[in-house]
Design a protein around this ligand. Structure first.
Ligand SMILES: [Mn+2]
Length: 312
C-alpha cells in the first residue's frame, strides 16, 4: 500500500500518525511535486502498483475520483463528496464540521494521540491552535513548550520551503524514528532552516521604496517569496511589498502583499482576475497575490499590477 500526503507539517505528521496507527512495517509514502496540486507520473505508477491507497491532507477530489483501487481519502478541507465507490472519504467538513488539521481527523478516527496530532494543527493554524485544549494537553504530555512546538513546525516545513521533495518524504521516517524532543536537534533540518533564514535576509537587502511600497527583487531556488513579503509588511512596516524572484527553477515568481490599511485602497482580487484573463497563472486573496510565469512574462505582469497600485 502507498500513503500519498501533503508536503507540509500537517501532511507529514498525518502520514506518521497513520503509519503508526496501522502498525505498517514497510514505509511507502510519497508527496506530489511541491507546489503543484496534481499527481505526477511517479505517483500514478505507485497507485497502479499498490493494493490500497491512502491520500492524506491533499485537497484533490478530482484526482481521487479517478483512482481504480481501494482508497482511503482523509482530509479536512471543504470539498465535494467522492462518487467513486472504491473510495472511502473521511472528512468532517462533509457534514459541516470545521477541523483545523488532517492530523486531528486521523487521531480521532484511529484514536491515536500524541504531539504529532498537535504539530499538524499548529502547522496549519499557527498560534490559533494553542486555543484548543487538546493541543495544549498533547504538548504538555511530552513536555513541549509552545515555542518548541512552533520551532518543530519550522523545522519540518523547512523541507518543502527548500523545495526538497525527497526530504519531505524522508521526514515521515525521521518523525517515526525520533521523539519530538530529539527532532529539535535534528541537524539536516536545522541547516535547512538556517539556509532559508539567510536567503530571506539576503533578499530583503535589495529593497527599493516607492510610496511606502517595498519593491524587492532577488533570485533563489527556495520558495521564500511569501515570507519575504510578509517580513516587509509585518516587520518592516511597509504598506505593501511587491516581490519578484527572478529565477525560481527556471521560472519567475511574483508576489504582492498589502497591509490591512492599504487593502481598503487596492483590490487584489481584481488584479488577480485581470492577470488570469491575460493568461497568467495567478491566485490569492484580498491582501495577497501570487503569480508564477515565464521569465519573459514578468514585465507584462508587473505592468498589470502597477497599473492598479500606481495611483495609490
Ligand atoms: Mn492540512
Amino acid at each position: 500500500m502507498v500513503v500519498i500526503h501533503h508536503w507540509d507539517t500537517d501532511g507529514i505528521t498525518s502520514a506518521a500518525l497513520l503509519i503508526k496507527a496501522l502498525n505498517l512495517e514497510n514505509l511507502f509514502n510519497l508527496s506530489p511535486p511541491i507546489g503543484e496540486f496534481r499527481f505526477d507520473e511517479r505517483i500514478k505508477r505507485a497507485v497502479e502498483e499498490a493494493e490500497r491507497v491512502y491520500i492524506l491532507d491533499l485537497n484533490l477530489p478530482s484526482e481521487v475520483e479517478k483512482i481504480e483501487k481501494d482508497t482511503i481519502f482523509i482530509d479536512h478541507h471543504p470539498q465535494e463528496r467522492i462518487e467513486n465507490p472504491l473510495v472511502k472519504q473521511i472528512n468532517p467538513a462533509l457534514s459541516g464540521e470545521e477541523t483545523l488539521s488532517t492530523s486531528f481527523v486521523i487521531s480521532r478516527y484511529f484514536d491515536i494521540w500524541n504531539s504529532w496530532s498537535a504539530l499538524g494543527t499548529i502547522g496549519d493554524a499557527g498560534t490559533k491552535a494553542f486555543e484548543i485544549p487538546k493541543v495544549r494537553e498533547l504538548l504538555a504530555r511530552e513536555n513541549l513548550s509552545e515555542k518548541e512546538a512552533l520551532r518543530l513546525v519550522e523545522l519540518i516545513d523547512s523541507n518543502y520551503i527548500s523545495m526538497d521533495r525527497e526530504g519531505v518524504e524522508e521526514a515521515v521516517r525521521v518523525m517515526l524514528e525520533n521523539s519530538a524532543r530529539e527532532l529539535l536537534t535534528y541537524e539536516p533540518w536545522i541547516k535547512k532552516v538556517e539556509e532559508i533564514k539567510n536567503a530571506i535576509e539576503n533578499a530583503i537587502l535589495n529593497v527599493e521604496k516607492e510610496d511606502n511600497v517595498a519593491l524587492i527583487e532577488f533570485s533563489s531556488p527556495l520558495n521564500i517569496i511569501s515570507k519575504v513579503a510578509r517580513k516587509a509588511v509585518w516587520e518592516m512596516g511597509y504598506d505593501g511589498a511587491l516581490v519578484i524572484n527572478s529565477d525560481f527553477h527556471g521560472k519567475a515568481q511574483l508576489y504582492f502583499r498589502v497591509s490591512p490599511r492599504m487593502v481598503e485602497r487596492i483590490d487584489l482580487l481584481k488584479v488577480i482576475k485581470e492577470l488570469k484573463a491575460k493568461g497568467f497563472s495567478a491566485g490569492g486573496k484580498r491582501e495577497v497575490l501570487g503569480c508564477i510565469c515565464e521569465k519573459k512574462g514578468v514585465e507584462e505582469a508587473l505592468e498589470i499590477i502597477r497599473a492598479h497600485f500606481g495611483g495609490v
